[in-house]
Design a protein around this ligand. Structure first.
Ligand code: NAD
Length: 443
């Protein structure tokens, strides 16, 4: 069955969630354009979630985003609406397109909506039993040719497909957040996977204009395979430094050096907060179950026991976690012993800055190097300062750099990634790093 035929009836499960809504948007736009180009065909997008309120919000979101997309596609819309004499102004075409997008959408709480689908995207919670239950329901309801493309970010695909009796019919389609914007798509192909499904997954990625990195079916895949180990290194560093410097200063040191010294968009604790400490724990647990590689952190467990979770509010603002935020800026660090945030008040944090020492090149930052044509040369010269100015900051950053590189190399050695370049692509595209972790900028 070709892709266009499969796209005539598609389902997204968990459609109102963070990832599901983005996947729903990508598909809703694609189906609307296809419907305008193939007038003899019908296209249906079933959006299934367990919450009515969230589904209503999803429809509103799809409409708003359809308007935004249409505004950027006026020449395409003029061509597609050439036979619509009633549509003259841009605004009329934009409105017509927004209505077209919603025309193909059906929302509901019941899986029965999926019964005619031959292509299902699954983006429900990261829980093995939940996903298996969903797949069993789908297998019982849908045609035999139905394939599942799952957004799981850690659970091995063969575990899910075998348990659901769908071996060969499930593939990992790991969008990055937000799916409509992020270019990277990690495709995880289990050992047993229908050739048709593999080809279809690749073809669809091209249609959606994604850059594909292939990953093997090993828990955590490339993205979380690196992130979890990177995070655990940061936590171990805090535990090591806390004895001499105290806990909050240790978190300050590690967050600051992993951001400013390594020229990353966020420090490691900011990133864990962004993803959610609870999500971080969940993924660690899945990976630990399958890899038995010491992927566990009592500190993460303690934060969660104290109710400190990070993550975002429904309006997208950052919730407090390891760090406290005000208008996006870091203003404090959580001390689990005091069960309170210690504010960055210009006293102890100033002292911490002095202890870290001068930044190797204050003119350089992740932001200032965006799109720089001389990036490679500048990075090389930047990292060469680390050895000549062995401050505490440079030492911590060097250790961090090496740990990140070692974790990445292990992903290649363990066969999670086929090539070093794949790990580098995931970190640069998926995590917006300026450089891939496997490089020779430092010994
Ligand atoms: N958030 C990320 O940055 C990210 C990135 C890549 C992959 N993922 C993966 O994507 C998946 C979804 O993650 P998320 O962050 O969007 O989670 P989320 O909590 O925002 O969304 C999950 C959605 O699934 C729905 N749901 C739960 N049970 C359901 C059921 N039985 N039937 C239908 N819908 C159900 C929930 O109501 C919710 O809307 C997970 O597998 C996660 O690991 C997340």
């Amino acid at each position: 069955m070709d892709l266009n035929t499969r796209l005539q009836n598609v389902t997204v499960i968990g459609a109102a969630g963070k990832m599901g809504s983005g996947i729903a948007l990508l598909l809703a736009l694609e189906l609307a354009y296809r419907a305008l180009e193939n007038k003899d065909r019908t296209y249906i997008l079933n959006l299934v979630d367990v919450s009515d309120v969230s589904l209503q919000g999803l429809v509103r979101y799809l409409r708003e985003q359809a308007v935004k997309d249409a505004e950027k596609q006026m020449s395409r819309l003029r061509r597609l609406y050439a036979d619509r004499r009633d549509l003259v102004e841009n605004g009329e075409m934009i409105e017509a397109f927004a209505s077209e997008v919603l025309l193909h959408v059906r929302t509901g709480k019941t899986m029965v909506l999926a019964q005619d689908s031959t292509l299902v995207f699954e983006a429900a919670f990261e829980k093995e039993e939940l996903k298996i239950g969903i797949y069993k329901d789908l297998a019982a309801l849908c045609p035999r040719e139905m394939y599942i493309l799952t957004n799981t970010s850690s659970i091995p695909l063969h575990v899910l497909s075998e348990a659901a009796g769908m071996t060969g019919r499930v593939i990992g389609y790991h969008f990055y957040n937000p799916p409509a914007v992020q270019k990277l798509l990690e495709i995880i192909t289990p050992d047993v996977c229908d050739t048709e499904l593999q080809e279809l997954a690749g073809e669809l990625a091209k249609v959606l204009r994604k850059t594909v990195v292939s990953s093997n079916d090993i828990a955590g895949f490339i993205g979380n395979g690196h992130f979890m180990r990177d995070g655990l290194h940061g936590i171990r560093e805090v535990e090591r430094l806390a004895g001499e410097h105290g806990f909050t200063k240790a978190v300050y040191f590690v967050n600051k050096t992993s951001r400013d010294w390594l020229l990353r968009p966020m420090g490691i604790f900011q990133l864990i907060d962004y993803v959610g400490i609870d999500v971080f724990q969940l993924i660690l647990r899945v990976m630990d179950k399958y890899l038995n590689d010491g992927l566990h952190s009592p500190l993460i467990d303690r934060y969660l026991e104290l109710g400190v979770k990070g993550g975002q509010t429904s309006s997208g603002t950052q919730k407090d976690g390891f760090l406290k935020y005000e208008k996006g800026a870091i203003v404090g660090i959580y001390d689990p012993d005091k069960q309170a945030y210690v504010p960055l008040d210009g006293t102890w944090d100033k002292e911490a800055d002095a202890q870290l020492g001068d930044h190797p090149d204050p003119a350089l930052s992740w932001k200032s190097l965006q799109g720089d044509p001389d990036l490679e040369t500048k990075l090389r010269s930047y990292f060469s300062n680390f050895e000549t100015k062995p401050t505490l900051g440079a030492r911590l950053a060097t250790d961090y750099f090496r740990a990140s590189r070692a974790a990445s190399q292990r992903l290649v050695e363990a066969g999670v990634a086929k090539h070093a370049e794949d790990v580098n692509k995931v970190l640069t595209l998926g995590f917006f790093h300026l450089y891939g972790p496997i490089n020779d900028h430092l010994d």
